[in-house]
Design a protein. Sequence first.
Length: 246
Amino acid sequence: MNSSISFPSGNPYRGSIELSIDPASYDDPGKEKQGLIVHIYTDDLHLRSVEISDLNDLIGLYKCAENMKNYGAGRPWEKSISERLVQRWSDDWKKGNPFSGFSIFKRDVSGVQDPEEFIGNICFKSGENNNAYVGSTVAAGSSEMTFMIDHKCWGEGYGKQAAAAMVNGVAPEYQKQGFKVACALPDDTQESLPLEWLTATVSPENIGSVKILTGLGFEFEGTVEKQFVKGKSIKHFYAKPLPKPL
């Protein structure tokens, strides 16, 4: 950790996390593919594998300027970008690749709210070459976590719960089940490797997200200029080593 810079430390979520990873059959004309579907429940949230039916909600999330001011390059996305991303996430789940996107809903504990209220998105990504950011500090077997909560729900602790669900629930279960993450290596090749690290990049002024990450044990590794679909942006890079699965 770079000790020359001081960062705010958040309090971690200590509530319940319930997780299920189940096989799911998806209809595909001419062929049948076996995929995965994941459900995670916290005290207030339901996280679920992204489905095509979530498209309009996700388009709205990413076209909102307030939501996007600290995300990616800081600018809203065109509808076509969200469409491509949602299609890719959906295809990942159909292929059984769990390093993909999740939709976040307010949990309906009463059983009368139908449908649940969509409030955000969180991902475990594959394909990053994190060595390009921080040298040899972070091992190649890593997944980048990204998340966004709709600005109308900021300050309610939902981002903290969603991130904790991924880090303390999903990540150890992925390790236990032996899921491997596709990683871009420094020599421009790609390899599927055991999950050993989680990473995240955050805008320096996004104090709320910094507190979420530090509360979960992520440590600052350096400042990077990162390329996004809408341009480049300076980010702080955080990483967290995962304990070896039992």
